[in-house]
Design a protein around this ligand. Structure first.
Ligand code: FES
Ligand code: FES
Length: 230
């Protein structure tokens, strides 16, 4: 996970980290970590969040509830279906799907750029629907079909869209490219004859910092056999 996602103010994080090895000890000045958090207005929301997370674990997965599989808080072995194959992986409940794909499964075709759901470089399909894998927990993919950029190629042959991206040089640095291809391929699956407006809409959440949009439109419309703007 991005450090920024869990980052608090410097003051708060310093106060949390300092007494970590002595949490039950009143410590210097008789102040415990919990006591400090509860007493400081600046971290009142953080305290509520901590207690909320603990309560969430108790309420959603009470021990012994029939049909409920409790995962975590430590690493757990689960099975994910990726590109038509079952993959056994060891993940923590906080592990994102993007992290599981890249780190646990070595599928580095899926890129992590912003790691916070704003650029869609990490786009994969969950049951054929494009999603941001950096904001999807891996545990939420259990029981679903995940498709990555590696899964678009069949029998060693590139997907026609990948061929068109190469032909029209629809990439520069390439960081956005797997996500762009996954979004455009999903569009072609649901709408085989899109207009340029449809393509623009399909990649509205995909950011290309290099500005390759016109070539992406050209490549996608060529595969679709359409080249009109309406
Ligand atoms: S890396 Fe996932 S949205 Fe940017
Ligand atoms: S090709 Fe560089 S971000 Fe799109």
């Amino acid at each position: 996970m991005s450090a920024d996602k869990t980052q608090h103010s410097n003051t708060a994080s310093q106060e949390i980290d300092e007494p970590r090895n002595n949490q039950s000890d009143p410590g210097r000045n008789g102040i415990t970590r919990r006591g400090f958090l509860k007493g400081a207005g600046i971290t009142a929301a953080g305290t509520a969040l901590l207690e909320g997370v603990q309560a969430f674990g108790r309420e959603t997965s009470p021990a012994g509830t029939p049909g409920v599989t409790e995962i975590g808080p430590g690493p757990a072995s689960v099975t994910l279906n990726v590109n038509g194959k079952e993959h056994g992986v060891e993940i923590e409940p906080r592990t994102t799907l993007a992290e599981a794909l890249r780190i646990q499964m070595g599928m580095t075709g899926t890129k992590i750029v912003c790691d916070r759901g704003t650029c869609s470089a990490c786009t994969v399909w969950l049951d054929k629907v494009p999603i941001n894998s950096c904001t999807t927990l891996a545990v939420d993919a259990i029981g679903h079909q995940v498709t990555t950029i590696e899964g678009l190629s069949a029998d060693g042959s590139l997907h026609p869209l990948q061929v068109a991206f190469v032909k029209h040089d629809a990439l520069q640095c390439g960081f956005c490219t797997p996500g762009m291809v996954m979004s455009c391929a999903a569009l072609l699956n649901s709408n085989p004859h899109p207009t340029e407006k449809d393509v623009r809409h399909a990649i509205a959440g995909n950011l290309c910092r290099c500005g390759t949009y016109p070539r992406i439109f050209t490549a996608t419309l060529e595969v679709a056999g359409t080249n009109h703007k309406a």
